[in-house]
Design a protein. Sequence first.
Length: 406
Amino acid sequence: MKSMTMTQKNSCETGFLERPRYFARQLLTPTEMTLEQTYFRDKLRRHNRLMHGWGVVCGAIVCIVPRADGTGPEPWKVKITPGYVLGPYGDEIVIDKTRIIDLRTPGATCTTGENPVEQIDPWCSQVWVERKPGPLYVAVKYREATCRPVRVQPNGCGCDDSQCEYSRIRDGYEFGVLDGCPDHDDKPPKIEDLIKGGNPACQDCPDSPWVVLAEVQMDADGSITAIDNCECRRIVVSTAPFWRGCENGKVVIDITQTKEVRQGDTNVTFAIPGPNIHPEAEVNFGGGIKIKSRSATATPLSVTFDVDETAPLGMHTLTVINPDDLVGIKRDAVKVLPKVATGPAPGPTVATPAPGPTVVTPAPGSTVATPVPGRPTAGTPVATNPTVVNQRVATGKKRGRKGGEK
């Protein structure tokens, strides 16, 4: 995909920003649409320049290029690793891949996602720049590039369909080889000076668009002798590498024995020992158990709860949630038992007398038998078998008839 580089206008030249105002039946042209993009882009540039400054944020290290045979570095050539840079005018410069440049050339223009293009004069063959003895400075600056050409509809009845326009603008950058450091006299401020002093003045826009990456020392034949990635390199302080961990620690509930309660119990006190339990922690025992109060100053944390009449039977899990969302869980902390049945007290037990002996009354006219030794007398319990009793009565009647006849 072919692209064409564009010269970036210095956004510091004007101090005002303007955006279009849209209204009904307005004729929109590319000018209005571009103006809206420029408005927001310039606001972002101004924010970056005044709030963050400019320089290298991360990466963009200049290194040697090893020879293929491993005998040493290639002469005249250096490579630049991927990195992120803020330009002096607030532009974002994203070096997306490792780039190799020749120090004998003016530099190379790169577009994000494409291979670098050396600045070659189209009318002449490759021309090397004569380098004077002394250090060279590898620098980078922001540059835009147009891409994706499309055909343009002809005006009126024209038949010319060969005209094309680029339909995209892609962020890019340009590497340059400088003979000197643009801001060699500038010294970084002391850290302690950043938090003291009077009212700060707004920073002016720099005169040069370049951000120096490294100083390169080499011999007359191009052999590289030293690369200094600190000399003339401006670094933007970023908080991205800094972070902290949570210092509160894990919530542990040190309960070794299950507490047994019954349905309907009230004002039950329950202590929750363990490290890192906040006095204002949220405590929950599950359905049917309602927390009434807590001791916010006692150690360990203690709560008072009531058990509903219809609370689910069995084990309940204790959940403790600190205000900082640290959670501690203890299974089988409370066991709910059935409620004890309460009714009227039972009355005294009345003993039922055992049944007495059966007394056989003789029929009228019958003779009472004289007790015979060895036989049971009256009052002695006898068998109550009806068949036996009837036989005895019948025998007595027969005997009575015989005595009367005599």
